[in-house]
Design a protein around this ligand. Structure first.
Ligand SMILES: [Zn+2]
Length: 350
């Protein structure tokens, strides 16, 4: 496999290295020179462990520079969240962009390290995945005075099939991040698909949309990945709006969107105080009122795998195929993923 830029997927003109885990994050958590496990090699079963600062992949100089601006901003946002300082709606959108970057980067990282297993070159790169699908982030402050850096959910077949969700722990913060097509739309009362038509040999999926109800529910998942938490949901619908503009032409969608044509919804924030829709200039805090002593002592690995399975099953239930033969073929593949992930869930019961 040629060394392609992880941002744009082109052969880098002026080659640099991009850290999948940004340097500032490693320094902040004390993991700059500490060894980090990035999962197992799937062919050998061997765990891949090396200092986080050496976990780098090729990138163009220009792509790297462009994204370093985002890193600088997000560093300050994460520092403020760690210290219970308010952040703005704009800050949270940047944080969601950053999680899109981290998820795509983690997926590329694991793909590269297991290229003999997956064979095919990656079908998307970081740039293709930022701010293009609905997104979800839950934030919990554990208030535990410890330096730690952990991620989970990345080394699963479900994640490899589609990098939908991961958990990231940064010192006293626990983040659960998820993103896929129409992930939150129905739960925030926006148009959403009832069926998705799969064309064989193509990644282009066609959705049959239903109009939104205008009702906002408390969550979009049955799985509770991490509690208690503040949940942020943002619908993203640029291409869906292009195809079904009538469904988006109503007060609920218009009032709860930053930009209808660009398909950018506002942030829906949910916590035990209730629900609110954030404007970009609004400032919010992520304080927790509950007893602080229990935080950090609940399972984090198992729930993220369960969340990935919930997302996979939700997609499967709406998929329609051109033939029964095609459906059977896909069903076998999906079943294998579900079986394997269930085994992992048993194994990682923490
Ligand atoms: Zn590039």
């Amino acid at each position: 496999m040629a060394a392609l830029c992880i941002f744009c997927g082109m052969a880098p003109e002026s080659k640099t290295k991009e850290h999948i885990f940004p340097q500032w994050l490693l320094k902040m958590t004390g993991f700059h020179s500490k060894n980090t496990s990035v999962g197992s090699n799937w062919a050998t079963g061997k765990e891949i462990v090396f200092p986080g600062k050496n976990y780098t992949f090729p990138a163009c100089d220009s792509c790297n520079n462009q994204f370093s601006d985002l890193e600088g901003k997000v560093k300050s946002i994460v520092e403020r969240l760690c210290e219970d300082v308010d952040v703005s709606g704009t800050d949270l959108e940047l944080l969601l962009d950053w999680f899109d970057k981290i998820r795509a980067g983690a997926w590329l990282g694991v793909s590269y390290m297991n290229k003999e297993v997956f064979g095919l070159p990656p079908n998307h790169y970081i740039r293709d995945r930022i701010g293009v699908k609905d997104r979800y982030l839950s934030v919990t402050n554990t208030y535990l005075p410890e330096k730690t850096f952990k991620w989970s959910g990345v080394n699963s077949l479900t994640f490899m099939a589609s990098p939908t969700a991961l958990m990231l722990r940064v010192n006293n913060l626990v983040f659960v991040n998820a993103s896929t097509d129409f992930l939150v739309s129905e739960s925030v009362g926006f148009p959403h698909p009832d069926t998705e038509f799969q064309t064989p040999g193509s990644n282009i999926a066609n959705f049959n949309l239903l109009p939104g109800t205008g009702n906002v529910t408390a969550d979009c998942f049955t799985t509770k990945p991490y509690l208690p938490s503040h949940i942020i949901r943002q619908p993203i619908f640029k291409s869906a709006h292009g195809i079904n503009p009538d469904f988006y032409d109503n007060d609920h969608v218009i009032n709860n969107s930053h930009d209808l044509i660009a398909g950018i919804g506002k942030l829906f924030l949910q916590n035990n105080q209730g629900a609110m829709v954030l404007e970009r200039e609004d400032r919010v805090g992520f304080q927790m009122d509950e007893a602080k002593s229990v935080y950090g002592r609940v399972q984090v690995v198992r729930p993220i795998l369960e969340l990935q399975l919930e997302m996979l099953r939700a997609r499967w239930s709406r998929l329609r195929f051109v033939s029964e033969e095609e459906r059977d073929k896909q069903f076998m593949a999906v079943n294998k993923i579900i079986e394997y992930t269930n085994e992992q869930i048993q194994q990682y019961n923490y």
